[in-house]
Design a protein around this ligand. Sequence first.
Ligand code: ZN
Length: 270
Amino acid sequence: MNAASRRMAVAAAAAVMAGCRTVPITERSQLMLSSEDSENAAGLAAYNEYKAKYKPAPNAAQQELLNRVGSAIKAVAGDTGFEWEFNVLQSDTINAFCLPGGKVAVYTGIMPKFANEAELACVVAHEIGHAIARHGGERVSWGYLQSIGSLGLSLWGSSTSQVLYGLGSEYGVILPWSRSNESEADLIGLKLMAKAGYNPNAALSFWKKFGTGNSSFIDELTSTHPCDATRISDISENLAEAMELYAACPSKRGFGVRLVNGVPSDEVAE
Ligand SMILES: [Zn+2]
């Protein structure tokens, strides 16, 4: 090892030691060299672009439903420092996301896929799980380390987060997550929905609809959230723990209201 590569190795090791974070709820230790402020600023800028591009949902009942679900989940999400926003946006795309800083969007296109309010809560809580776990920032951090390894320290401080969040590009902001990111977001989401009083069995009923063989259902959500048998078995495994949290919740919402063609009804879902 020559002097230059030794210096890089030392810099990389120092960076790793300086930049570790514990993921809330799962308590996994993660590499974190990215600044939360810059992630949240990038999230806000991208969110504003989405709101400029897509109109609000024409059906006010959908927005009211998301407000109710969002309030319930953010109340149990812990001290995130997020400035939460929840918007149903008019697009046929079957997707939902939460940008860094707690900026949540649900497209009208995914609404008909929810049988009930709890299934919507499952997706919102899962997306919030990615944001709480700062999966975007973690990916940026690994990018920094690669920069140190391949190019030296010259790239240190460059605005990698802006590159990775893809400001200005339509889908760049919605990252295709890795399998381990998915598992973690599922676990956080399951616990959040249960603590918020939603029956966590809705997570199983929802994701099973995305199971293999149901090709008509493959869309943006499944391209950014790879769904496979692992997801279903992971959720099944964690269900008992989530049910305990649900049992302990003083204000249970069950499955909430039933949705008919994406529109909330007055009927309580079973
Ligand atoms: Zn996901």
